[in-house]
Design a protein around this ligand. Structure first.
Ligand SMILES: N[C@@H](CCC(=O)N[C@@H](CS)C(=O)NCC(=O)O)C(=O)O
Length: 121
């Protein structure tokens, strides 16, 4: 059990390191367009674990799309509780979307990346 945890940590941090070295380029846009994306990003919060490979995938997409979405460490007890209460389970990545007064909790890295790409298109 402990060995599995250590292995998972080593793998997670290796992926973080590789991702850092191979960081994608940020999209470049005219200032007005970027301001629009920045505004869209204010409605979004990414609940994540730093060394989770699926979270790395979403963070890379955010960088590539140049979308400054706030990230929250879901390992901290108060944020873990928010995620459980709002989304229904402690699974990351999870994107909290606040739109027109309603809140949606989107799980699954693939669905999150697709949603972000659609919002930036
Ligand atoms: N298919 C999911 C996998 C996400 C996943 O397995 N996340 C792990 C952390 S790396 C987790 O939150 N596990 C807790 C759980 O599934 O309850 C995705 O692509 O987002």
């Amino acid at each position: 059990m402990v060995l599995l945890k250590v292995l998972r940590l080593v793998l997670g941090y290796s992926i973080v390191a590789i991702s850092f070295i191979t960081s994608p380029r940020k999209a470049k846009r005219p200032p007005a367009q970027q301001a629009h994306i920045n505004q869209l990003a204010e409605d979004l919060t990414l609940y994540q674990f730093y060394a989770c490979p699926f979270c790395v995938k979403v963070r890379r997409a955010l960088r590539r799309l140049n979308m400054p979405v706030a990230t929250i460490n879901a390992q901290q007890p108060e944020h873990k509780a928010e995620l459980l209460e709002g989304g229904g389970r402690v699974k990351v990545p999870c994107l909290k979307i606040v739109e027109n007064g309603s809140t949606q909790w989107l799980y699954e890295s693939k669905a999150i990346v697709e949603y972000l790409e659609k919002r930036c298109a």
